[in-house]
Design a binder for this molecule. Structure first.
Ligand code: GLY
Length: 324
């Protein structure tokens, strides 16, 4: 144990002396004060509080991010995550989620129905199977076998909204502050180890069977414990096309600060989508934390915000910088 801790400390000192120096973020006030949690949108404020409490109770970073985002999954008033999430065009609520820890272990579920907490199923996939992602009926059967309860996730309000949508059936997934999507959460603990979780009901009125970026490691979420962590929100197709979160982490590996890394990938997405029909309503945003605890959020359009919790900030909402 002592030797392992010594090696870990030595590794961290080495990183601090070399690559970490390059990770400093000139655009944010730099506080090396960890632990720190950031998560997408205003539902992150409560979710961060839950995660922070778990962390302070000594339950570890993975449990903290899992239970943090479960707070949004459980809330019927959060219309883009878990119970109460808006359905697809067939009136079905289908959920995507993934989770990742500092050892590059990860788990995911996609196109999961009738299970309220997909993030916990994703964790179970990670911890108890030889696989990374289970999907659809296979994911559902796995959840039931492991004690999850089957339940209807379409609330009365979501049913009314769906019936209203059917009158025009126009698919334009406008994702922004008034109609946001995923909760993605990143956590750096006091040993500078990184954890992440991401969960969503996906874009409202999507085709039945559609899976977005959120359960895809590298798109909706990615971390490399030597470098940093990143997670996405917004139109999943645009994030998948650019391997969004993995690219943000790679940009940090190459010396960019979290804000510059997020900006670089948003600008790539912008360039790639300028002449596509979805440009009209496209929104994407990223949050990122570097190995030294520095953080940022950045989006294509105005309106993206994220929740920040650390020893100095008690779950405050931060307006992200944006491109256009
Ligand atoms: N970012 C969530 C989705 O596109 O499904």
């Amino acid at each position: 144990m002592i030797r392992r801790k010594f090696l870990k400390n030595t590794l961290y000192s080495t990183l601090s002396a070399s690559s970490l120096v390059n990770l400093s973020n000139k655009n944010n006030s730099i506080s090396k004060d960890v632990p720190r949690i950031i998560s997408t949108w205003n539902h992150g404020v409560n979710a961060n509080k839950v995660a922070w409490e778990k962390l302070n109770n000594g339950e570890g970073g993975l449990t903290a991010v899992e239970f943090g985002v479960r707070d949004s999954e459980n809330d019927p008033n959060e219309r883009s995550v878990g119970y109460g999430g808006l359905p697809d065009r067939d009136g079905k609520v289908t959920l995507d989620a993934c989770i990742m820890d500092s050892n590059n272990d990860c788990g995911a579920v996609s196109f999961l129905q009738n299970i309220k907490n997909p993030i916990s199923v994703a964790r179970l996939v990670m911890e108890t199977t030889p696989h990374i992602m289970l999907s659809g009926k296979g994911a559902y059967d796995f959840a039931i076998k492991n004690g999850f309860k089957s339940q209807i996730l379409l609330t009365e309000q979501s049913k009314i909204d769906w019936e209203n949508w059917l009158k025009k059936s126009d698919y334009k997934p406008v994702i922004n502050i008034e109609n946001h999507d995923t909760i993605s959460m990143l956590l750096i603990d006091s040993d500078h180890n990184l954890f992440g979780a991401c969960t969503t009901s996906g874009t409202a009125w999507k085709m039945h069977g559609r899976v977005g970026d959120s359960p895809i490691i590298g798109a909706g979420l990615f971390l490399d414990n030597e470098v940093g962590a990143a997670a996405a929100t917004g139109l999943g197709e645009a994030v998948i096309r650019t391997a969004g979160s993995a690219m943000v982490v790679e940009c940090m590996r190459n010396g960019m600060s979290p804000i510059d890394a997020c900006k670089e990938v948003v600008q790539r997405i912008s360039k790639l989508h300028k002449d596509r029909p979805e440009w009209e309503y496209l929104q994407v945003g990223f949050i990122a934390i570097s190995k030294n605890g520095d953080y940022a959020g950045y989006s294509l359009k105005k309106g993206f915000n994220y929740a920040l919790t650390d020893n100095e900030n008690d779950s405050i909402l931060v307006d992200a910088k944006y491109s256009v």
